[in-house]
Design a binder for this molecule. Sequence first.
Ligand SMILES: Nc1nc2c(ncn2[C@@H]2O[C@H](COP(=O)(O)OP(=O)(O)O)[C@@H](O)[C@H]2O)c(=O)[nH]1
Ligand SMILES: [Mg+2]
Length: 439
Amino acid sequence: MATSLYSLAHNSLQQSIAWYSSKKRHWNYPPNLELQNAVRDDLRILKTAAEKLEEKVIKISAFGLVSRGKSSVINALLGQKILTTGPINGVTKWPKSIRWTPPTGKIQIELIDTPGLDEIDGEIRANMAKEISQQSDLILFVIAGDITRTEYLALLELRQWQKPLILVFNKIDLYPETDLNSIYQQLQQLSNQTKKPLFSPDEIVLVSAEPQPINLRIELPNGKIKEELEYLSPNIESLQQKILTILNREGKALLALNSLNQARIAQKNIARKTIQIRSKEAEDIIWRYAKYKALIVAVNPFIFLDLIGGLITDLTMIRALARLYGLPITSYEAGNLWQTIVKSCGGLLLTEIGTMIVLGWAKTSYAINSLWENPASFTTLATTALAQGTMAGYGSYLVGKTAQIYLENGCTWGNSGVDTIISEIIAQMPPDSIVSRLI
Ligand SMILES: Nc1nc2c(ncn2[C@@H]2O[C@H](COP(=O)(O)OP(=O)(O)O)[C@@H](O)[C@H]2O)c(=O)[nH]1
Ligand SMILES: [Mg+2]
């Protein structure tokens, strides 16, 4: 990944932190304690995401069902038996993390071992899995033997969270007939062969992290038979190699993407909570401007001025909402808002033309034929003005509602918004990279 993108990611995060922790974020609205408490955790996540980018330690975690050999795989990577492994379920109770400095690289890696996805129950498991995977830059999903439905669903979910994955098929010493092709076929069967396969062949690695010892029968010169266990060394080089290749090529991109993704989730949460907590004030603002606009349009006799007046009211309303929420209006979102405003004005123009045709004259004609020359037409004027005013007010109401949606989602769009940088990073990576699989 180009360094410029890395600094872009860095700047974007710094900008967001500066914005969201600024006291001036809500313009001169008084501080809202409920809101401050509600977004405290999200702010912390935003800051952690920025720190993570600076730390440059890549987190790799092992996921999978019980006894597939997650702990063994990590031991094998480390070349040391640091983690306890064993045939009994639930050997690994809590997530553990270990620093690993691979032989060749200068990269700092943190390996995270997790309990099996099926070892702890329901909600705790789901939360733990989600939390660890969100922190991880790369996930080793360890399987052994047939892929179960549970494994397949977990893989689907990780893909949905846009997590870079390597499928590690462990214990090949027990399944010598297994090859990439058979794993591939199984995956396709599970996905009903309709969807795009979850993995490309080069994201699957076959290893044996802790091969079972072989019982050797040695015939001694005196004719006696001696039994001896022969311990085979792990077969893990292919995984080591794969990890190093990925990290050398796209380690920085993985790091940046993960930080940006976390920041994105945090920013969306802040926006959502802000809009929720300030909904009453927002409603007041929207109605107030809708009424202004209805009034301007109803009272004002010229079509052209109606439109200009309406436009100015809408823009002022959007600014008022952005200030209430303290959310940035980015260029992308502003563009989309413009479209909505233009549409709302288009609606106004149509009613104007419509009422002109139906009633035979428009308000504009009153500017020329003043009312006292033709007092009988007053009712028509009132009807026209009312129709236009109502339409205009309704238009403003729609614009206000749309502004809410855009401010909530749009806080991550725009030139330096995390969404833009995420897609730029993905677009820059070569098509066979693990990052480009995340689209
Ligand atoms: N035959 C064989 N057994 C293995 C291999 N890797 C791990 N095991 C065994 O599988 C069992 C579970 O391993 P462990 O690492 O504790 O699994 P975890 O629950 O996924 O962490 C242990 O008894 C290991 O000795 C392997 O490559 N081949
Ligand atoms: Mg374990």
